[in-house]
Design a protein around this ligand. Structure first.
Ligand code: SF4
Length: 405
């Protein structure tokens, strides 16, 4: 429901959606916008030309564009994030006081859900926000990464860590050993997640099974865990189950396994292929071979599960560039991706403390320039062929520096 009004000569739009409350002040050119989930958490804000997004862990990222189209981002300090939340809450409070004091003429009266949304947003003060972030830290091990289309998922850590943890370019799970939760541990975790999200669950769109490698769990152990997920959440209403499968070892799942997992709601599996060039994968100590990924994708798709494939742009620098492009095209084309799938190009981000940085220096690799990286993604894309009947998968950029849950 959209309600319009004027407040202190400023146009106001209040959008009471089933999943969130959004308040917009002023016209599009100089808009101020706040969105809240129905637990009262600030979700997104747009102030003075800067877009803010608050994660469930209380962290906040600011994004803006410089003149031209250069995109900028910065993670705010806790104090800066709290100041943005305060500013949004104060304006929301002032608007609600004006609304309930009949100082604004609206095109329709605010429905009960709108009142609830305002009241919860106002009650979500600094103390509440800090307590919420602390509770988050008790429930979750840090969530390393999600695919960009899963940032609004409910994450359930049915496993923790990565069963490989060898890749030289990845530091997401170095802080924890791999472990598979028992059904009892998962039940406690899932119930805690559900209670933590509260009415904010309405903003969540899917269920993502974390961490890096949830689907390496053998079927005999995995199915009881999925039963627990179904016990605690309405998987169908939330849009199905999603997960990473990274590297390939241990029990390999068959088409029949994936068909059964699809019945449990498994909808898409994300595979960090990184490259179709085996020597490059070996250089980066990424387990498995491109052919293993092709076989896994075929089994998934035959079983009715879609895939998301991630290619690492810039991997191996100039020395590996031609082979990386050539073999990635061949591997992707062998996967017969279609419109249900997704293909991501993720830029290699090399922090100095990553083993990749050391290995690349020792091997004398020359990194690609930003223009060469863009060109590498274009070259791979240009070589892809899709079946006319299956359609073309969406192809997107994936910037791991912008990940927020
Ligand atoms: S398999 Fe995936 S999660 Fe594990 S270390 Fe490699 S890139 Fe990271």
């Amino acid at each position: 429901m959209i309600i319009n009004g004027i407040w202190h000569s400023r146009p106001v739009t209040i959008s009471v959606k089933p999943n969130c409350l959004t308040i917009s002040l002023d016209g599009p050119a100089e808009a101020t916008v706040f969105s809240y989930d129905y637990a009262g958490r600030l979700w997104t804000a747009y102030l003075d030309g800067v877009a803010y997004r608050r994660g469930l862990d209380g962290r906040m990222i600011a994004k803006w564009r410089l003149s031209g189209s250069e995109r900028c981002r910065r993670w705010l300090s806790r104090e800066e994030a709290a100041a943005i939340e305060d500013r949004c809450r104060q304006q929301t409070l002032a608007l609600y006081q004006a609304l309930t004091g009949d100082q604004i003429r609206l095109t329709a009266s605010l429905p009960p859900q709108g009142h609830t949304g305002f009241q919860r947003a106002i009650a979500f003060d600094r103390q509440r926000s800090e307590a919420d972030a602390e509770r988050y830290d008790q429930i979750y091990k840090p969530i390393g990464i999600l695919p960009p289309d899963q940032y609004m998922a409910v994450v359930l850590q049915i496993t923790e860590g990565c069963s490989f943890n060898t890749c030289t370019f990845c530091s997401f799970y170095k802080d924890r050993p791999f472990r598979i939760k028992t059904p009892e541990q998962l039940r406690d975790h899932a119930q805690a997640v559900r209670d933590f999200l509260g009415d904010g669950l309405s903003l969540r769109r899917t269920i993502f099974l974390g961490d890096a490698n949830a689907l390496v769990v053998p079927m005999a152990q995995l199915l009881p865990l999925l039963d627990v997920v179904h016990e605690v959440f309405d998987v169908t209403a939330l849009g199905g189950l999603y997960a990473f499968l990274d590297g390939f070892s241990g029990e390999r799942k068959t088409e029949a396994d994936y068909r059964l997992l699809a019945e449990y709601g498994l909808t898409r599996v994300y595979i960090g292929l990184e490259s179709g060039h085996l020597p490059l994968l070996q250089f980066m100590r990424k387990p498995g071979a491109p052919q293993d990924a092709v076989q896994a994708v075929r089994a998934m798709k035959a079983g009715g599960v879609a895939v998301g494939i991630i290619i690492l742009i810039g991997a191996g620098g100039q020395q590996y560039a031609d082979a990386h492009v050539r073999d990635s095209i061949a591997t992707l084309n062998a996967m017969a991706l279609d419109e249900r799938d997704i293909l991501y190009f993720s830029e290699l981000i090399v922090d100095d403390d990553l083993p990749y940085a050391r290995d690349a220096a020792q091997a004398g690799l020359t990194p690609l320039t930003p223009a060469q990286r863009a060109q590498q993604a274009e070259q791979i894309e240009a070589g892809l062929r899709f079946s006319p009947t299956g359609g073309r998968p969406p192809i997107s950029r994936y910037d791991i520096r912008e990940f927020i849950y």
